[in-house]
Design a protein around this ligand. Sequence first.
Ligand code: FES
Length: 283
Amino acid sequence: MRALMTKLEQATALDRAGDRLQRAVQATLRPQRVRDLLHGVFLGHPLHPAMVQVPVGAWISAAVVDLLPGQRRAATTLVALGTVSAVPAAVAGLNDWAELSRDQRRVGLVHAAANTVGLTLYAGSLAARLTGRHGVGRALAYLGLGAASAGAYLGGHLAYKQGAQVSQSVSELHRMSNGWQSVAELAGLPQRKLVTREVDDVSVILYRHGDEVTVMLERCPHQSGPLGEGEVQEIGGHACVVCPWHGSAFRLNGGEVVHGPSATDQQVLPTRIVDGTLQTRLP
Ligand code: FES
């Protein structure tokens, strides 16, 4: 299975279809606030994995209920719930997928294809049940569960092996030692400009506003883009750093994500000034 997944990650034959779909998704899912909603910016976590709980739960429950006598109505209701709720979950997933790296998009494409097959089979199952063909409906539902399970396996690979939509910056904290560490002389820091420094080989950005300084991890939580090379923009009355790679924006006064594709906040580190020296430490 591992060898198969490695081949899938490297399957350049998928790129043409993937690139076309990516352009179509990016052209369709607008404006920015719709994309942010679908990424899960308001939650501080990706929305897609939360949304898939409904169809997966309903479909698995239907598979159990289908084994019990006299439960046709309950099974039909569960299949209907799963089928309807899978559509917005798929839209949220496509929105995340369009901002992934190429190797992640290849696996994501097959993940989406498997789930589309599953959804189609469940839609057929629902149609069969509603027209009284419950035996056909059951068979299609079990086939659909097989396809959706293959899709879930690929989704797991995407998240846990390839790190899609997982914070890429938080692991940086594990490389920092405990205790306060000096990062810069306050007097040498320009006002309202990004400055990059290292703490235990971990890159951080400094942003001075008055006598306050924000220290934030530099690696973007989305795909590790260099926030130190990003722009500072005023968004919603707050100074934000905008990632130069895909445009995620984070408040410089707390790290809260305000625009995706990142759905997670950026880590800000505690600070203090001692004898004119800016110090920081692990949160
Ligand atoms: S790396 Fe994608 S938004 Fe920063």
